[in-house]
Design a protein around this ligand. Structure first.
Ligand SMILES: NC(=O)c1ccc[n+]([C@@H]2O[C@H](COP(=O)([O-])OP(=O)(O)OC[C@H]3O[C@@H](n4cnc5c(N)ncnc54)[C@H](O)[C@@H]3O)[C@@H](O)[C@H]2O)c1
Length: 369
């Protein structure tokens, strides 16, 4: 029979749908360090040249059809690394094909309705799904989580700050869901362009850390946007309130700063700071520091990390455990709540930016009348 009867003696087989930069620069290097447990067996891309050349690098089968990959009995785990608009249908097809575990790159889906469809199929088929929000699998973050005690109950400020270089790869990543005018600079006097840029920033970039933010504000019924600004050429400054918590989300592409990716959660007497490695970089884990007694003379900090691997490798280790059944599957409800949170912030941010734009335009017109 196929790999299933031999699974105990050979590594688990991986199949990848979509073999663009994320597959090439992120997942294949991570998988190359895990060859004893995972083996890439099938690469699918709608571009036959990409499928063939990427598959050749790892000695895998290749195809241009999703059904060929899902029908390959050597594939136990499916990773979905295609553009976001294909994610929901491909996750559902992988579950229905009876695979052992599924990794879906972020964003998991683009609407609550898609997420609910995925959740129903995951429940029906029992196939575990994880989303490639890699920071949630970073050992530095996991060590902080194991040690932060009652910080989530007492936190008043949560902050995610991302500074990335304006290199084409980072920019494409950050602006991936915007249709950019070919060859031109976007016209940021057009409110629709600003709305797209903000939604793209939240669903493409902030979304990495929104599951972390949600750990500190699980109940997000009453989101209120205090400020929402797009930063040229790419970035955002968004302040919002969730109950009595303030959330600050910032991102900037900046030529002079070194890359920085920081998450902070602060209460009256304790603070968490996590420094993550930038996306695409495979250089060990995040480093987390928890300081207690802040504001007193006796403040003490404990640092966790760096550990040997980061969240990219962490997600593959988790997938292997899920496929072998040695780890409890994560709840699909949690993934849906993470997505609902991101969509709620994106919707409210876009509304606020549009209102500010109109107000600004009106006051400008008033000044000239
Ligand atoms: N985790 C991270 O750090 C991170 C960073 C950047 C992007 N991403 C996510 O990873 C995914 C892939 O990003 P990318 O930059 O490699 O994307 P990309 O658009 O540059 O490349 C995707 C590849 O998918 C192929 N493709 C197109 N339609 C397809 C289909 N229907 N089925 C299969 N393949 C198809 C394309 O030919 C291309 O080779 C996106 O969802 C993105 O949001 C994750």
């Amino acid at each position: 029979m196929s790999s299933h009867s031999q699974a105990a003696t050979r590594p688990l087989g991986v199949g990848i749908l979509g073999a663009g930069p994320v597959t090439q620069a992120i997942h294949l290097p991570s998988l190359a360090r895990l060859r004893d447990i995972l083996e890439v067996r099938h690469i699918m891309d709608v571009d036959a040249t990409v499928a063939e050349s990427v598959a050749a690098r790892v000695g895998a089968n290749h195809s241009t059809s999703m059904d060929a990959l899902l029908g390959d009995p050597d594939v136990d785990i499916v990773a979905i690394c295609s553009p976001h608009q294909f994610h929901a249908d491909q996750v559902i097809a992988a579950c229905r094909a009876g695979k052992k575990a599924v990794l879906c790159e972020k964003p998991f889906a683009m609407s609550g309705e898609e997420a609910a469809r995925i959740s129903a199929v995951s429940e029906e088929t029992g196939v575990p799904i994880i989303v490639g929000a890699m920071h949630t699998f970073d050992p530095g973050w996991l060590a902080a989580e194991a040690n932060w005690g009652d910080l989530p109950q007492n936190v008043h400020t949560i902050r995610s700050s991302i500074v990335l270089p304006p290199n084409a790869r980072f920019e494409d990543f950050a602006t991936e869901i915007i249709t950019r005018p070919a060859g031109g600079t976007p016209d940021y006097s057009d409110v629709e362009v600003i709305k797209n840029a903000l939604r793209g920033g939240i669903m493409g970039l902030a979304i990495h850390d929104l599951p972390l933010v949600r750990r500190f504000t699980p109940d997000f019924e009453d989101l209120e946007i205090l400020q929402a600004r797009h930063v040229s050429p790419f970035g955002y400054v968004i302040s919002l309130r969730s109950g009595d918590r303030i959330i600050e989300l910032r991102a900037a592409m900046n030529k002079t700063w070194k890359p920085e990716w920081v998450f902070e959660a602060i209460s009256d007497d304790a603070a968490l700071r996590v420094d993550f490695t930038p996306s695409y970089v495979q250089a060990g884990s995040a480093v987390a520091t928890i300081t207690r007694g802040t504001g007193t003379r006796n403040a003490t900090g404990t640092t966790y990390g760096p550990f040997e691997h980061n969240g990219y490798e962490g997600e593959w280790r988790e997938l292997a455990q899920l496929a072998l059944g040695t780890k409890q599957p994560p709840s699909a409800e949690n993934l849906i709540n993470d997505l609902t949170f991101a969509i709620a912030i994106a919707d409210a941010t876009v509304d606020e930016a549009a209102a500010e734009h109109t107000q600004h335009a009106n006051s400008h017109a008033g000044a000239h009348s």
